[in-house]
Design a protein around this ligand. Structure first.
Ligand code: ADP
Ligand code: TYD
Length: 216
């Protein structure tokens, strides 16, 4: 089911809560569309009807609602559905897929936050998902700033944001380590600047990558 050589381009945004991923994903989609490209803007957990239902199960309710292992399975089930029904068809049609979070979030949140489950996350990813984005944009951000932005938004999806600044600091360090581990597909962008300054760097990184994909 891998689409590693599909004509489209798969771009993911990663980073801690409140770092500006959703804002930047939307702006990049708008800008690429204005340049005449076909873009599918999507998110995880979610991005397909079934995966959006799983989103409610994992993001709402008591922080202890799921065991660490059940949670990994739920995120992976959501991702598999999203991949089959939204991402792969769009890539096969030659579109650019921009996804707000993907498997790197599971490597961090489920792989690190509740014990060292990274090997399990990676093994399940290999078995059930089997592909990475072509380009991952890591919006790097001081956790205190990210958390106050994320909590400022309000809403009911606070199972992970409720974990607080300590977890966000661990996630930030983890994402930076992941960017080194997968250096070929990661670009790290300083998210502490103005929305427009971050958006310029995001667009430049995407453009630098797109011709490469088109030439495959
Ligand atoms: P994420 O998707 O990473 O959680 P959002 O894009 O939802 O982050 O941004 C969180 C909040 O911070 C939103 O209210 C958004 O308008 C604001 N925000 C995003 N980027 C910036 C920025 N560069 N400077 C100031 N505020 C920002
Ligand atoms: P998201 O809606 O992107 O939150 P935010 O905009 O605040 O960054 O993601 C919701 C939460 O889900 C976020 O706290 C991270 C968590 N998450 C996981 O724990 N594992 C995953 O695989 C994904 C995709 C998200």
């Amino acid at each position: 089911m891998t689409a590693a050589h599909s004509a489209g381009c798969f771009i993911s945004f990663e980073g801690i809560d409140g770092s500006g991923k959703s804002t930047q994903a939307r702006m990049l989609a708008d800008r690429l569309r204005a340049e005449g490209r076909e873009v599918v803007l999507t998110r995880e957990p979610g991005g397909s009807p079934g995966a959006e239902e799983i989103r409610k199960l994992v993001l709402e309710g008591d922080p202890d609602r799921w065991s660490a292992h059940s949670e990994i399975l739920l995120f992976t089930a959501a991702r598999r559905d999203h991949l089959e029904r939204t991402i792969e068809p769009a890539l096969k049609a030659g579109k650019i897929v921009i996804c707000d979070r993907f498997a790197d979030s599971t490597r961090m949140y489920q792989g690190l936050s509740r014990g060292d489950l990274r090997a399990l996350v990676d093994e399940l990813h290999r078995l059930m998902i089997g592909r990475e984005p072509d380009l991952t944009l890591l919006i790097d951000m001081d956790p205190a700033k990210g958390l106050s932005r994320a909590l400022g938004r309000g809403g009911s999806e606070e199972r992970f944001e409720g974990f607080g600044e300590g977890l966000q600091a661990q996630m930030r360090a983890g994402f930076l380590a992941l960017a080194k581990e997968y250096a070929a597909r990661f670009t790290t962008i300083d998210g502490t600047r103005s929305i427009e300054a971050v958006a310029r760097d995001v667009h430049a990184a995407a453009l630098a990558h797109l011709p490469q994909v088109a030439a495959r």
